[in-house]
Design a protein around this ligand. Structure first.
Ligand SMILES: CC(C)(COP(=O)(O)OP(=O)(O)OC[C@H]1O[C@@H](n2cnc3c(N)ncnc32)[C@H](O)[C@@H]1OP(=O)(O)O)[C@@H](O)C(=O)NCCC(=O)NCCS
Length: 181
């Protein structure tokens, strides 16, 4: 089978040193707003199959949160260019909830999600000493997201007919710390 240049590009895996997580600035926030104008991204990010009025309201709320709490959004940088974000939400004293979007679809399935998740896991467990677990959830239909989270060390702890609920504990992280260096 002949591979076109484009196909070769798509199978290229990106290396951890090519990805950095940085604090978001106002320019990043407007880049994130753009991602949220894409229906496919919104459906996957919110785990829904259609864009209802409620979903639109949730997108507006998220944009407002981004604007007001920039520090809870890390910009994912690939060769210094902002290509996505990770949201940190403080669920309780010892638990952080994450969300992730890679806004440039051409970069999906090249390991960036996994690398970014590993970097944020390390950052959280190293910097927030009181945090003992990180949680997230994903729609059952979002196969790449589930695969990405499992590659980063998250484990399913619950499931209903719409979502998988995953977590990684500090204990899991410390047991496999060499995967996060
Ligand atoms: C979810 C997301 C962050 C993942 O990032 P990513 O860089 O594409 O993920 P990775 O490349 O690290 O991992 C994806 C894995 O899923 C696999 N995959 C993709 N489609 C698949 C499918 N249909 N069936 C099985 N595996 C699939 C990829 O091959 C890859 O696994 P591999 O490395 O073993 O080959 C990204 O796709 C995204 O931003 N999606 C839109 C928003 C979203 O869904 N956010 C998460 C909401 S919970």
């Amino acid at each position: 089978m002949l591979f076109s240049f484009n196909m070769l590009e798509r199978i290229k895996k990106i290396l951890p040193e090519e990805i950095e997580l940085k604090n978001s600035n106002i320019v990043d926030i407007f880049i994130f707003f753009k991602y949220l104008e894409d229906d496919e991204i919104v459906k996957k990010a919110f785990g829904v199959v259609e864009i209802t009025k409620q979903v639109q309201e949730n997108v507006s709320k998220l944009k407002k949160t981004m604007f007001l709490n920039k520090s809870n959004f890390k910009a994912i940088k690939y060769n210094n260019k902002t290509i996505g974000f990770i949201q940190l939400a403080f669920e309780s004293n010892d638990t952080i909830r994450l969300g992730i979007v890679i806004g440039d679809k051409k970069l999906w399935n090249q390991n960036i999600g996994t690398i970014s998740m590993k970097k944020i896991i390390k950052l959280i467990f190293e910097e927030y000493k009181y945090v003992t677990q990180i949680i997230l959830d994903t729609a059952i239909f979002n196969v790449p997201a589930k695969r990405c989270f499992e590659k980063a060390g998250f484990k399913i702890y619950n499931q209903d007919n719409q979502k998988f609920y995953l977590k990684i504990t500090k204990e899991d992280y410390l047991k496999n710390i060499s995967d996060y260096l």
